[in-house]
Design a protein around this ligand. Structure first.
Ligand code: F6R
Length: 590
C-alpha cells in the first residue's frame, strides 16, 4: 500500500540509502518507484513505472545528503512513469501514502487558479497546494496545506529552502528512525536501515522537521511536542532471503520459531493477570481482522468454544465497520493484524472501543496504529514478514489466540502443547515431499477447492486464499458439508478438491465428501494427520500424511503444509510468490 522513505544523512549518499530502502519497502507496492535528492545543483527527481529495479541505473547517478523515495500501489491513476511519485511543483517535491478523498474538489480549484497537473493522481494536489501557499514559511505552508486535505496521508516533503525533510502523518503509518548515520523516515519499522537504533512514532496530525542531526515534532497547531524515542533492534528488520530463493519459503521455515517466540513473549511481556480478567469477565468475545488475520480468527473460534465458556464470534473488519454489533462494557474485542496498520481493522476496533468494548490487539508490529487503539497488546513474534502473502504471522496469530483461549483454564499446558506443535511443524518441513505432488495437480487444474469440517474448514479457507493470491488459480474454501448444496455443480475432471482431514471425530464425513467428488470425476487430494484416513483414501490422486496432531493443534501443521502447496504451485507456474500481482502488504486505505 505505497511505501515512503527518506534520509537526511550526516555521512554517506542519501540517494543510495533511499534506493536501498525502496528495495526493502517494495512489498508495499510495485507499480512504480521514484526518488528525489537534494544535490549541489538543486533537487533532482527520477521515477519509473514498474519495479524498483527499473530505477537502479538512474538512482546510481545521484548523490546528496537528503532524499525521499516512494514505491507505489496504484489507487488513483494507472501504474505508469507519469503517475509515479515524487510529484514536483516549484520548490517542492513530495511522496505520499494514503488517499486524498477531496482531491477532485481541490484539483478543480487549483486548475481554476492556473495550476497545471502532470499526473492523474490524487497526491499531486498536495504538492500544488504547497507551491501555492509557500511564501518563505515552510511550516506554515505545510500546516495550511494539510488543513485542506481530507483522507489519509503519510508525507515526505523536500523544499529547496530547507536542508532536510518535512514528514506529516495522518491515518497512514510513518516513523522517524535515528542512528549513527543520521535520521530517516519510513512507512514501516522492518524496512528501516540496520544502522537505526531507535524510532519515534508521530501521532496523527504531527508535522516533523527532520535534519541529519535531529527531528522536531509539532502538532497540527504548530506547537512543539515531545515524542518518545523507542529502541529497535536488528531482529525487527528485513534481513533478506538468506539461503532461500524467496521470502515466502524462508518465512514458512520460520513458523516453528514464531510459535516458540510468541509463547515466550506472552509470558514475558503480557500482563497475564489483567488479560485473564478481561477474558473471565467477557460477556462475549469478538475477533476481527481482514484476509488471513480474519482466517486466524475463524480457526481460533474453535479454541475458544472448546476451552473457554464465552460466546465468541468472528467478523470481517471491513464489514464490522459498517454494521456495528451490540457492545457492552464487558465485551472483549480481539483485533488481529500482522501489520497493525490495516485501515479497516483499525477503524472497526476504534468504533467498538468508543462504544465501550475492551480491545486487545494481537499483532506482529509493536508501535503500530492498532497498538495505540488497544487497551492491551498481545505480541505475535514472527519478526519481519516481507512476503506479501502472510505465512508465519498467521501461525503466530494462532499461537497467541490459543494462549488467550486457555487463560481461564490451563495456560501452562497450552504453552507446552504449542511447543510440541512447533516440533511437528519442524518435522513436516524436514519431510515435505507430499507438497510436490499436490502442487503439480493444482498447477494443472482449472479450479482448486479446499474442503474441511470444523477446524479443518477454517484451514481450508486460509489455504484457498493463499493459493489464489499467489498462483492466480481460481479457488474457494468451504465446509465439506456444503459440497452437495451447490459446489458439486462445478466439479469436473479439470478441478481439484483438496480435502483436509485432521479432526478424527469428523473424518468419516470428510471421506464421504471425497467419494462424492471422485464419483463426479473430480480430482481429489487429501491432507491428513490421521493414519486411518490416509489408508482408506489411497485411491485418490494424492494423499499427504502429515505429522499426527490433536485436532485443535492441527492447524499449526496442516496450514503450514498448505502454505507449501501454494508456494510450490506458484513457483511451478512461474509466478513471483513474494509479490503477487495487484496486491501489496499492509492495506492502509479503505
Ligand atoms: C494474505 C494477506 C492479507 C492480510 C490482510 C490483513 O496472505 O496477507 O489477506 O492478511 O491484508 O493484513 P494485516 O494482518 O496486516 O491486518
Amino acid at each position: 500500500m505505497c511505501g515512503i522513505i527518506g534520509a537526511a544523512l550526516r555521512r554517506g549518499n542519501a540517494a543510495a540509502e533511499v534506493y536501498e530502502g525502496l528495495e526493502r519497502l517494495e512489498y508495499r507496492g510495485y507499480d512504480s518507484a521514484g526518488l528525489s535528492v537534494r544535490t549541489d545543483g538543486g533537487t533532482v527527481t527520477v521515477k519509473r513505472g514498474g519495479r524498483v529495479a527499473n530505477l537502479k541505473e538512474s538512482a546510481a547517478e545521484l548523490c546528496g545528503g537528503v532524499a525521499i523515495g516512494h514505491t507505489r500501489w496504484a489507487t488513483h491513476g494507472e501504474p505508469s512513469d507519469r503517475n509515479a511519485h515524487p510529484h514536483v511543483a516549484g520548490k517542492f517535491s513530495i511522496v505520499h501514502n494514503g488517499i486524498i478523498e477531496n482531491y477532485r474538489e481541490l484539483k478543480d480549484e487549483l486548475l481554476q487558479s492556473g495550476a497545471e497537473f502532470a499526473s492523474d493522481t490524487d497526491s499531486e494536489v498536495i504538492v500544488r497546494l504547497l507551491d501555492k501557499y509557500y511564501s518563505g514559511d515552510l511550516l506554515a505552508a505545510v500546516a495550511k496545506t494539510v488543513g485542506r486535505l481530507k483522507g489519509s496521508y503519510a508525507l515526505g516533503i523536500l523544499c529547496e529552502d530547507f536542508d532536510g525533510i518535512v514528514a506529516v502523518k495522518y491515518k497512514s503509518p510513518v516513523v522517524a528512525g535515528f542512528g549513527e548515520k543520521g535520521v530517516t523516515l519510513c512507512s514501516d519499522i522492518p524496512a528501516l536501515p540496520e544502522w537505526v537504533t531507535s524510532v519515534s512514532v508521530p501521532e496523527d496530525g504531527d508535522i516533523v522537521l527532520i535534519s541529519a542531526q535531529s527531528a522536531s515534532f509539532y502538532d497540527g497547531g504548530l506547537q512543539s511536542v515531545n515524542r518518545v524515542r523507542l529502541p529497535v533492534f536488528a531482529g525487527q528488520f528485513n534481513g533478506g532471503t538468506g539461503d532461500y530463493p524467496h521470502y515466502m519459503l524462508k518465512e514458512i521455515h520460520e513458523t516453528a520459531a514464531t510459535v516458540r517466540d510468541t509463547c515466550d513473549a506472552f509470558f514475558r511481556n503480557v500482563d497475564v493477570k489483567r488479560l485473564t480478567e478481561y477474558v473471565r469477565n467477557a460477556d462475549r468475545i469478538i475477533m476481527t481482522g481482514c484476509g488471513t488475520a480474519y482466517n486466524a480468527g475463524l480457526a481460533a473460534r474453535r479454541f475458544f468454544s472448546d476451552k473457554c465458556r464465552v460466546f465468541c464470534q468472528v467478523e470481517i473488519a471491513s464489514e464490522l465497520r459498517y454494521s456495528p454489533v451490540h457492545i457492552t462494557g464487558s465485551t472483549l474485542v480481539l483485533a488481529i493484524s500482522q501489520s497493525g496498520e490495516t485501515a479497516d481493522t483499525v477503524e472497526a476496533v476504534s468504533a467498538l472501543k468508543e462504544a465501550g468494548a475492551r480491545v486487545v490487539a494481537v499483532t506482529n508490529c509493536g508501535y503500530s496504529a492498532i497498538t495505540r487503539v488497544a487497551h492491551m497488546v498481545v505480541p505475535v513474534c514472527a519478526g519481519a514478514e516481507v512476503c506479501v502473502a502472510a505465512t508465519k504471522s498467521y501461525i503466530g496469530q494462532l499461537a497467541a489466540l490459543y494462549l488467550i483461549s486457555r487463560l481461564t483454564a490451563d495456560v501452562f499446558t497450552a504453552r507446552s502443547e504449542l511447543l510440541s506443535a512447533g516440533e511437528k511443524i519442524a518435522e513436516l518441513l524436514k519431510d515435505n515431499g507430499g507438497a510436490d505432488k499436490i502442487a503439480e495437480i493444482c498447477a494443472e487444474s482449472s479450479a482448486v477447492f479446499f474442503l474441511g469440517r470444523g477446524i479443518d474448514y477454517a484451514v481450508a479457507v486460509e489455504a484457498s486464499l493463499k493459493l489464489k493470491e499467489i498462483s492466480y488459480i481460481f479457488s474457494d474454501g468451504y465446509p465439506a458439508g456444503e459440497l452437495k448444496h451447490g459446489t458439486l455443480a462445478l466439479i469436473d475432471d479439470n478441478t481439484l478438491s483438496v480435502i483436509i482431514i485432521c479432526d478424527e471425530s469428523l473424518s468419516e464425513k470428510c471421506e464421504n465428501a471425497a467419494c462424492q467428488v471422485t464419483s463426479r470425476k473430480g480430482k481429489v487430494a487429501v491432507i491428513t494427520c490421521l493414519d486411518g484416513a490416509a489408508d482408506k483414501l489411497q485411491d485418490v490422486a494424492a494423499v499427504w500424511k502429515i505429522p499426527e496432531c490433536e485436532a485443535n493443534l492441527s492447524p499449526f501443521v496442516s496450514a503450514v503444509a498448505l502454505q507449501l502447496v501454494a508456494y510450490k504451485t506458484a513457483v511451478s507456474l512461474g509466478r513471483d510468490p513474494d509479490k503477487p500481482r495487484n496486491l501489496a502488504k499492509s492495506v492502509t486505505v479503505e
